[in-house]
Design a binder for this molecule. Structure first.
Ligand SMILES: NC(=O)c1ccc[n+]([C@@H]2O[C@H](COP(=O)([O-])OP(=O)(O)OC[C@H]3O[C@@H](n4cnc5c(N)ncnc54)[C@H](OP(=O)(O)O)[C@@H]3O)[C@@H](O)[C@H]2O)c1
Length: 311
């Protein structure tokens, strides 16, 4: 089969579409005929080796971890899925930008409901599940205020919508071009991260500070600065890592890798299918332009997800 492959750690523009063996579904796995795949920052870091100490890549690496398509076969012992079922999945290093991939029934594989096409389904797994995981970990509640830093990206757009759906007052970072879009998703206020000082502007909008900061951009000591946007005794949650003490009694919650619970992916898919949740496809590429998709994802401002259609 054809797949987008890195044969070793390399520059993003050195990856290529190549022939690799079609995976066979092992016991407890389903084979998916991929129709669309989405990119995430971890894909870029796996290609270049930027995170090789924490996440070593198995080479040849098939790029991508978010896939949507239909079940093409099932391994021994699989029940609940059959050939032809429309699905979406987080594939891990099985790879998603390929004609076929494999995934295991469980929290990281779900059926695509009627009304959810592969293009949009591919944009859900990693970003959507991470957003769910972050808001759950920080126990965001109705009536609380929340600042989402990095709101225009993959996780951020889901975090804004899910926080709004919970009944929270959402402040989102966005440049002027994206401000109206973010308000349409439920942001009550926006802060331009290119022209304004995010913490000071947030404190102007919410005097005393927000209950919760969701920071999808900063890590390390820089989180101490973002934490100033939280009220004393507030919470900060990040998918990256930072200090244990953020000052002023602000509690940090760091999520090293997202943990999906059973039903999370199906719930996200259902929300998208019935219109409660929007998947923003910021850029769409055909399989033949998959290398360019990776290069653009790394270098350009793209609102939401970059999706590659593979068939
Ligand atoms: N721990 C986990 O399980 C886990 C899971 C998934 C992702 N992650 C990590 O979470 C982070 C976010 O992931 P993602 O998929 O949402 O990334 P993404 O799609 O690249 O989105 C990042 C967004 O942040 C914006 N941004 C950049 N600098 C900013 C700033 N100073 N202030 C406000 N916004 C800014 C970007 O806009 P521009 O285009 O203008 O730069 C972009 O819209 C990444 O570091 C990723 O590796 C962790």
């Amino acid at each position: 089969m054809k797949a987008l492959v890195a044969t070793g750690y390399m520059r993003l523009d050195q990856i290529a579409i190549a022939e690799v063996p079609t995976p066979a579904p092992g016991p407890g796995q389903v084979l998916i005929k991929v129709e669309a795949a989405a990119l995430n920052p971890l894909d870029l870091a796996l290609i270049t080796g930027a995170v090789k100490d924490m996440y070593p890549a198995d080479h040849p690496l098939v790029v991508g971890m978010d896939a949507a398509g239909t079940v093409a076969g099932v391994g021994e012992g699989v029940s609940g899925y059959a050939q032809g079922d429309p699905v979406l999945a987080f594939t891990g290093q099985a790879g998603a930008v390929a004609e076929y991939t494999v995934a295991s029934p469980g929290p990281l594989l779900a059926r695509r409901p009627e009304g959810l096409d592969s293009l949009h389904a591919a944009g859900i797994p990693e970003s959507g599940l991470t957003a769910v995981c972050l808001l759950r970990a920080v126990r965001l509640a109705a009536g609380e205020s929340v600042l989402v830093v990095g709101a225009t990206g993959g996780i951020g757009l889901y975090a804004v919508q899910l926080a709004h759906a919970l009944g929270s007052r959402v402040i989102a970072t966005a440049t002027a071009d994206d401000e109206e879009y973010l308000r349409g998703l439920g942001a009550g206020g926006t802060v331009d991260y290119k022209t304004a000082e995010v913490v000071e502007e947030t404190l102007r909008l919410v005097p005393g500070g927000v209950d919760v900061v969701v920071d999808l951009v900063n890590s390390g000591e820089r989180l101490t600065d973002t934490a100033r946007a939280a009220r004393p005794g507030g919470r900060l949650v990040s998918p990256l890592f930072g200090p244990g003490d953020l000052g002023r009694g602000v509690s940090p919650v760091y999520i090293g890798s997202f943990q999906a619970e059973p039903g999370d992916l199906a719930d996200l898919a259902a929300r998208v299918a019935d219109g409660r949740l929007r998947v923003e496809i910021g850029a769409r590429f055909g399989f033949e332009n998959a290398v360019q998709a990776v290069v653009d994802f790394a270098g350009k401002h793209i609102r939401g997800k970059v999706v590659i259609t593979t068939s």
